[in-house]
Ligand binder design. Structure first.
Ligand code: TYM
Length: 333
C-alpha cells in the first residue's frame, strides 16, 4: 500500500524472446490490475545478467520487452512501465536485504538448483542472491499483489519471509505481498517435453511458441507438438501433452476443459492441434501488429523509459530512505 492505494508489481526478464508461457502466465493478466491498483511493471535487466548475455541482444530485448508490455495492452498513462537498472534503489535495497536473508533459505530455491546445474561453469553469487533482488523489486513499492506464473511463487514466498523478518525488527516497514496466479495458464509446458516448463531459454525452438512467432511457425509448432498415446482429446495426468494443448486452447478461447473435450469428441489430434495453432495465431496477431508499430519509434520508447524510471524512483526512494533511516545510515538533506 502507498497511502490508501493498493499496489501491484511484476517483472519480466529481457533474457530471451518472450513465450506464450510468459504471456498467459503473466503479461496478459497485468492489465486487469490497472484500474484498481497502482501498477508497476518492470523490465528486469539486472536479473538477466545472472547468466551471461550478449550486450547488444540484451539492449535490444530491453526495448522489445517494454514494447511488448504496451503491445499487450498496458497503457503507460495508467501503469508505470520502466527498466530496472534505471532505478538504482533496486540494487541498493537488494544489498540491505541480503543482510536479512539466510544462506540456507537461498540454497533451497528450486530455480537456483536448476540454473546452477544448467550453467555449471558460471554459478556466480548473483545467481544465488537473485531472489533477494526480486524481493527488493517487490518491497520497494510496498506491493500488495504480484501476478506471476507458478515458477515464481517460491520466490514471492521468500520475499514474504524476508519482509516479515524485517518487520519484526522494524514494525510496518514493508507491506507483505501476495503472489497471484491465473486459474488457467500458470504453467504452460514445453511442446516437446510436456513435463517440463516452456522456457524462453530452451535451445529447442520447436518446444516453444514465441509471442512474436509468425502464423505459419505457430501452426507448425503446434502440429508437431508431442501428444500422448491414444487419440482422444481428454485432459488427464497421464496425458501431459494433450492436457497442455487443451490449457492453451482454453486460455485463448475461454472454454472449459469439458467444453473442449466435447468440441473435439470423435475428432483426432490433428484437427485439435490445428485449432490450437489457429486460435493462438489469431490472438497474437494484434499484439504483433502493435509491437511492430511501437518498435518503429525508438525515441518514443526511450521517452517512456525515462518517464517510467522517474515515476518509479519517486516511490522507490521513499521506501529505501525509510529503511536506511531505521538502519542508522546517516541521512543529510
Ligand atoms: P521470467 O522473466 O522468467 O518470466 C516472466 C513471467 O512469466 C511467467 N512464466 C510462465 N508462466 C506460465 N508458464 C510458463 N511456462 C512460464 N514461464 C514464465 C513467470 O512466472 C513470470 O511471472 N524472476 C522473474 C522476474 C522478476 C519478477 C520480479 C517477477 C524479477 N523481479 C518481481 C515478479 C516480481 C522471472 O525470471 O520471470
Amino acid at each position: 500500500m502507498f497511502g490508501d492505494q493498493k499496489v501491484c508489481f511484476s517483472g519480466v526478464q529481457p533474457s530471451g524472446n518472450l513465450t506464450i508461457g510468459n504471456y498467459l502466465g503473466a503479461i496478459r493478466n497485468f492489465s486487469e490490475f490497472s484500474e484498481l491498483y497502482k501498477t508497476f511493471y518492470c523490465v528486469v535487466d539486472e536479473h538477466a545478467i545472472t547468466v551471461r548475455q550478449n550486450p547488444a541482444e540484451l539492449r535490444r530485448r530491453t526495448y522489445e520487452t517494454l514494447a511488448l508490455y504496451m503491445a499487450c495492452g498496458l497503457d503507460p498513462e495508467k501503469n508505470t512501465l520502466y527498466v530496472q537498472s534505471m532505478v538504482h534503489e533496486h540494487a541498493e535495497l537488494a544489498w540491505i536485504l541480503n543482510c536479512y536473508t539466510m544462506f540456507g533459505e537461498l540454497s533451497r530455491m528450486t530455480q537456483f538448483k536448476d540454473k546452477s546445474t544448467k550453467h555449471a561453469d558460471n554459478v556466480n553469487a548473483g545467481l544465488f542472491t537473485y531472489p533477494v533482488l526480486m524481493a527488493a523489486d517487490i518491497l520497494l513499492y510496498q506491493t500488495d499483489v504480484v501476478p506471476v506464473g507458478i515458477d515464481q511463487k517460491q520466490h514471492v514466498e521468500l520475499c514474504r519471509d524476508i519482509a516479515t523478518r524485517v518487520n519484526q525488527i522494524y514494525p510496518d516497514l514493508f507491506t507483505i505481498p501476495e503472489p497471484i496466479m491465473p486459474k488457467s495458464g500458470k504453467k504452460i509446458m514445453s511442446l516437446v517435453e510436456p513435463t517440463k516448463k516452456m522456457s524462453k531459454s530452451d535451445e529447442n525452438t520447436n518446444a516453444v511458441v514465441y509471442i512474436l512467432d509468425d502464423r505459419d511457425a505457430i501452426i507448425r509448432k503446434f502440429k508437431r507438438a508431442v501428444t500422448d498415446s491414444g487419440a482422444e482429446v481428454r485432459a488427464a495426468e497421464d496425458k501431459p501433452g494433450v492436457t497442455n494443448l487443451m490449457t492453451v486452447y482454453s486460455c485463448f478461447t475461454g472454454k472449459s476443459m469439458e467444453e473442449i473435450e466435447r468440441e473435439f469428441a470423435g475428432k483426432g489430434y490433428g484437427d485439435f492441434k490445428l485449432a490450437v495453432g489457429e486460435v493462438t495465431a489469431d490472438a497474437l496477431a494484434p499484439v504483433q501488429k502493435r509491437f511492430a508499430e511501437l518498435m518503429a519509434d525508438k525515441a518514443a520508447l526511450e521517452a517512456q523509459m525515462k518517464k517510467g524510471a522517474e515515476e518509479a524512483s519517486y516511490y522507490a526512494r521513499r521506501t529505501l530512505s525509510k529503511m536506511q533511516k531505521k538502519l542508522g545510515f546517516v541521512q543529510i538533506h
